[in-house]
Design a protein around this ligand. Sequence first.
Ligand code: SF4
Length: 339
Amino acid sequence: MKIPGYTLNIEKAVETINEKDYKKVCLQIPEGLRVYAFEIVKFLEKETSASIIISADPCFGACDVANYELQNLDVELIIQIGHTQIEDIENYWIPTLFINAESDLNISKVIEKAIPLIKGKKIGIISTSQHIHTFETVKEILIKNNFQPVIGKGDNRIALTGQILGCNFSAATSIVDNVDSFLFIGSGNFHPLGLMLTTRKPVIAVDPYTNQTRIKELEELKDIVLRQRYGAIARSKDAKRFGILVGIKRGQQRIELAYKIKSILESKQKESFIITLSNFLPSYLQGFKNVDCYISTACPRIAIDDYMQYKTPILTPVELEILLGQKKWDDYQFDQIIK
Ligand code: SF4
């Protein structure tokens, strides 16, 4: 099925529903694609005999599997649009089918534009799920220009070869010693920034939506973010009471890490308690007035992306190690959920 800008393999969902004769199906659609919700529902209702309902809870990634309570609405299948499955999530409460949204944008123009800016010979190609299908075209252009493209395989949190998530850069770290630099295909800052901080290699980001290439802007952004992180650690220097945040979403739960952090803090005579949340908003935490610092074990983006929204500093587990003197600032690493 085509929607403006994307191809969705909704036909696969039709096949699954008809094969299993599901009668109640729930759609999870990320914010940006909700404008096409009616078209998708109408298509599914025409091609199957299932009733389709839509979950409007936030759905930021495949970690965000729909609510257990949907079982009470007799939902037999969940279709999550726009993400690829995170294999290491065990025991989905309700069978869940992931339908990727493949971008229809032509990649060639922006890759050609990037060619004179690429550093080195061996180039790691990295992207998010929307653009992985363009890799053959990207490889051809790189080879034609005498580069050696390299594509890495991630751990079992990663569905597609060469794919990264904001919480997992294993497809890049698997090839980091074999490449001179990385070519990131996609939009936004977080993924290329994480790629830079995780691999410490030059990164050129190409955005097929805007046809822009970025190197210097990313370097500047990296410096800003590192300054913010250094500031957050410095502000937590005298913290005595810690809140350890655990995400309730299935693919974000790091409760064992939270217990480990709690025991480390106790060994340093610091008080702490564990707080669970599904969606993180500053207003949900503002009642904990005597917490001096939060440590987030949930989505790594919360501490970095939402930094300005919180009055109390939020650190990642790696940053806590720096705060406690167990790691040096020079060894700063991006927080990842790795299996
Ligand atoms: S934990 Fe965060 S970065 Fe990872 S898949 Fe979920 S929303 Fe994306």
